[in-house]
Design a protein around this ligand. Sequence first.
Ligand code: WTA
Length: 656
Amino acid sequence: MTAMEKQKSESPIEGLLEEKRLFKPSDEFRAQANVNDPKIYEEAAKDREAYWAKQAERLHWFKKWDKVLEWDPPFAKWFIGGKLNASYNCVDRHFKSHRRQKPAIIWEGEPGEQRVLTYEDLYYEVNKFSNVLKNLGVKKGDRVTIYMPMVPELAIAVLACARIGAPHSVVFGGFSADSLRERINDCQSKIVVTADGGYRRGNFIPLKDNVDEALKNAPSVEKVVVFQRGEDKKKVNMHKDRDYWWDELMEKAETYCEPEPMDSEDMLFLLYTSGTTGKPKGIVHTTGGYMTGVTTTTYMIFDIKEDDIYWCTADIGWITGHSYVVYGPLSNGATVVMYEGGPDYPDKDRFWRIVEKYRVTIFYTAPTAIRSFMRWGIEYPRRCDLSSLRLLGTVGEPINPEAWIWFHKYIGNEKCPIVDTWWQTETGSILISPLPGIVATKPGSATIPIPGIEADVVDNYGNPVEPGQGGYLVIKSPWPSMLRTIYGDEKRYIDTYWSKYKNMYFPGDGAKKDEDGYFWLLGRVDDVINVSGHRIGTMEVESALVDHPSVAESAVIGKSHDIKGQCIVAFVTLKEGVKGTPELENELKLHVGKKIGAIAKPEKIYFTAELPKTRSGKIMRRLLRDIAEGRILGDTTTLADPTVIERIKSQYTDKE
Ligand code: WTA
């Protein structure tokens, strides 16, 4: 085998680069951009520590750090000895400045209500809620679980936790009671902050019921704070001596709470994300490095200016919402738009109505949303005045060039730069993205690592691959907002991210670099499925399926999907005597939805007599993927019984 062939066979994803279009920043955009001197890349590369130290100056520090970085692979400490507070940076310093009366959050509820919170309002709300938490006995270091809809109180709860030094663990409101319980138990929260529910596509989703269900088996929780979002408090079942109404506690709370001077390396939050095993990982972020990362990237990549109206459509329950709805923009003193509900309610123009109404200038969303907009048709954006927009962004999954061009043409009116931003829950902030005033974009490429980040594409052995060859993305040196560990599981931290290569961070993504050094992200190379930009572990779905009394065994894979990017497909063997009917397929889908959350529901379930396994009993998902995608079967020589896969294939390929 030649070296070239060897490399080819080891590349996780095949295919050639075809996209050649190049979009240069306009002179007009370049001239006004926050960052427009390309020298920044070289300067940062020359001395990364000095570069990041300079960026850390964007924050307000109670005490400056003594040392920039301590790198004891795979453990990094940044800005050692520094003291700061994230809520002080996001709220107090603007409250004390000319921004006091500037809107911090412009919120729109799905039914149509509108609220504007100035930095002054936010300051008082955050201070009061910090005192509420303290009065309930929350101390520095205690974990607080937050399970709320997209209302301003979610951001307030997050910032209040940061203020008193209690790490928050926000659980996305779409997760089930079981998922919530698992996350509460993993970090042993004493407090849960929730709401009676929230509006989504015209329905009121009852969150408090899920909390009650979760708490049946979560003994660490002592108190629950309930924000009233619905119409009737009386409809909500409150447990005596455990559950308290948000507004009643706030009424009694003092209006000032001293921000806790946090050590740079004190935990700011943990956020659970799916991995390759059934158990979600609690990703740990610390204060100084994380705040430096999100503040810098928001300034440079979103080009935030004093009069921008910035809208990131992500839910705060995901990392994108943490970094680019709450911490990044507020630390920069920006005006943030926050919307509670669905993009197609009451009609498919809802997002564009919001852009028009608030004169949104910067709009950051996911490729899956763009593909839905494309399918719905251009009449919806055409109905609205989108002329306020000046910069667009995408995140969460690779964007296909068609969707990129559509976004550019119909939303950006061919004048807005698009920043395709690659990053992860673990990276804390964006690592690969154009700086819109400097880097020319290519549809489908996240372009190049931002200044201060050293990334590459390597083969199985860690050697850089030739341009155009597939390989694995790696980050070669530490960065301030990197995760510090997995909560309570240091071994898993080392195994997952730092074992494949020595001293290089392995994110789990396939990638290619082209001749210009541009990165093309090619999707996950592990057992994680990216559904509509959300990570779901195959094992999580498999465990939910085998939890059903009819299921003997299951194998779950990701299959490409026009809108969602990927969808979940399950192969299931049933227990003796159970028949694989369409009714059962439906029941199993609902069961997974109930166990994990609606986002984890399989699109399709195939019943099969057996699953393809190696002689050592490992399920060969790769072959199931081939069947689901309608591809020719890959290498089957390691199978214990090669006829199994042939049978599944003949059973299902005709029906697709
Ligand atoms: C994928 C979301 C291609 C990737 C911020 C990564 C992307 C995972 C992009 C992280 C992008 C995110 N292009 N792929 N611009 N952004 N991804 O933790 O596979 O929810 O590993 O963080 O999403 O998902 P997470």
